[in-house]
Design a binder for this molecule. Structure first.
Ligand SMILES: *Cc1c(COP(=O)(O)O)cnc(C)c1O
Length: 397
């Protein structure tokens, strides 16, 4: 079993704060500042342009991709880093749609994150071939997998409720109907024991600033299965996805394998911070993380339900169908979350009425869970949220 006290000691957690928002932005790994400083001074500072070869900057996108592959059950050599998640959604979807040229429906669900749906809308407009984005309720996805569907694009864990889709069953059904799958792992990479290869997922994408603790704006990743990696056409045909970028040929020819999903210059500094964050993962494995995460989220639900009758659970009760976050509905949830934050418990609010709390065994333990529930009880039973200052909305919620 993982020594979670040891992993907790690897992070900077501000004194007195209980951080339940690692599902939006993970905390700073203690090793990151020194690791980044080394890349800044010794590599960028001393090597300048020669760093691309001497410090292997160009290979970082694939070597770090391989470290992430281990955490999402992917084959080595099938994950590459770069860009942001929204861009990677577009890239995966564009390739997938093109691989199913006789069909016109992209199936998704209403629990998907807006950016994923917006990117699909944008792609459909650019293609101008009469594609339709069909958005159904999360429980109705399986019934809507038909021979009409070109691509099923789903986020495995619902960002609001934490509901976890059954990747294996849905992918199987999709394949039975000739549908290609795009899975967004934003709330599962580093949170649950994703098994891309075992589920035979076709494409997957995810970000690294949430449960993987890569820092604000950390690069995203894309996975393409062995079946498609050498035939998927990159819609964003940037020079570094070219088979021979430094031959500077006039026309585009995709690189073999996952490197074709590279677009432009890798974010070397951001990859340095991410690399530090991934060192923590060498101390654990996803099976241990998943088991402990279920314990923590179950405990939080039990504690809050016993203490706060004002709140309604808005996440699945069964831990096996829930990611690593817990949501409670409360009409004045925004103000209540501000009151919590003022008392050192950081979670977040998602419109219209969801108070969302993310848990990870890497740096949250049972004592934190109980303390957070007690503070929530205080905020609720004494109506501490009912103050004008807690009702003013900031730009980022
Ligand atoms: C967090 C999140 C995003 C954010 O995309 P960025 O391009 O990194 O800003 C997109 N999709 C899902 C499902 C997310 O949870």
């Amino acid at each position: 079993m993982t020594d979670f006290a040891a992993t907790k000691a690897m992070f900077h957690l501000p004194e007195g704060m209980i951080y339940l928002d690692g599902n939006s932005l993970g905390p700073l790994p203690l090793s990151a500042p020194a690791d980044m400083e080394r890349v800044l001074r010794d590599e960028w500072g001393e090597m300048l342009i020669t760093g691309w070869n001497k410090a292997d900057w160009m290979q970082k996108s694939t070597s770090i991709g391989d470290r992430i592959a281990r955490l999402i059950g992917a084959e080595t050599g099938h994950v590459i880093m770069g860009d942001t998640l929204s861009v990677k959604v577009y890239q995966a979807l564009a390739s997938a749609v093109e691989l199913n040229p006789d069909r016109r429906v992209i199936l998704s669900d209403s629990g998907n994150f807006p950016s994923d749906l917006y990117m699909a809308e944008g792609l459909i407009q650019s293609l101008d071939k009469g594609h339709e984005l069909r958005v159904v309720a999360p429980e109705e996805v399986a019934d809507n997998i038909t021979d009409e569907v070109a691509v099923m694009m789903l986020t495995e864990v619902d960002y609001r409720s934490g509901r976890l889709h059954d990747m294996k069953a849905l992918t199987q059904k999709a394949h039975d109907h000739g549908v290609i799958t795009v899975w967004d792992l934003a709330h599962t990479a580093g949170a649950t024991d994703v098994q891309l290869a075992a589920c035979k997922a076709d494409f997957a994408v995810g970000c690294t600033y949430k449960y993987l603790n890569g820092g604000p704006g950390a690069p995203a990743f894309i996975y393409v299965s062995p079946k498609y990696v050498d035939i998927a056409r990159p819609a964003m045909s940037g020079w570094l996805g070219h088979d021979a970028p430094f031959a500077f040929e006039q026309n585009y020819r995709p690189h073999t394998g996952i490197e074709r999903m590279r677009v432009g210059t890798p974010p070397v500094l951001a990859l340095a911070a991410l690399s530090s964050a991934l060192d923590v993962w060498d101390m654990t494995n996803m099976a241990d993380i998943r088991a402990k995460s279920k314990v923590l989220t179950d405990l939080f639900i039990a504690e809050v339900e016993a203490r706060c009758p004002e709140l309604t659970l808005a996440s699945p009760r069964d831990a096996n169908t829930r990611g690593s976050q817990v949501a409670f509905a409360f009409e004045d949830g925004y103000a209540a979350m501000q009151a919590m934050i003022a008392r050192g418990v950081i979670g977040d609010f998602r419109a219209p009425n969801i108070m969302r709390f993310g848990f990870t065994p890497l740096y949250i333990d049972e004592a934190d869970v109980i303390r957070a529930a007690k503070i929530l009880e205080d905020v609720m039973s004494n109506r501490l949220w009912d103050r004008d200052e807690y009702k003013i909305k900031s730009t980022v919620t």
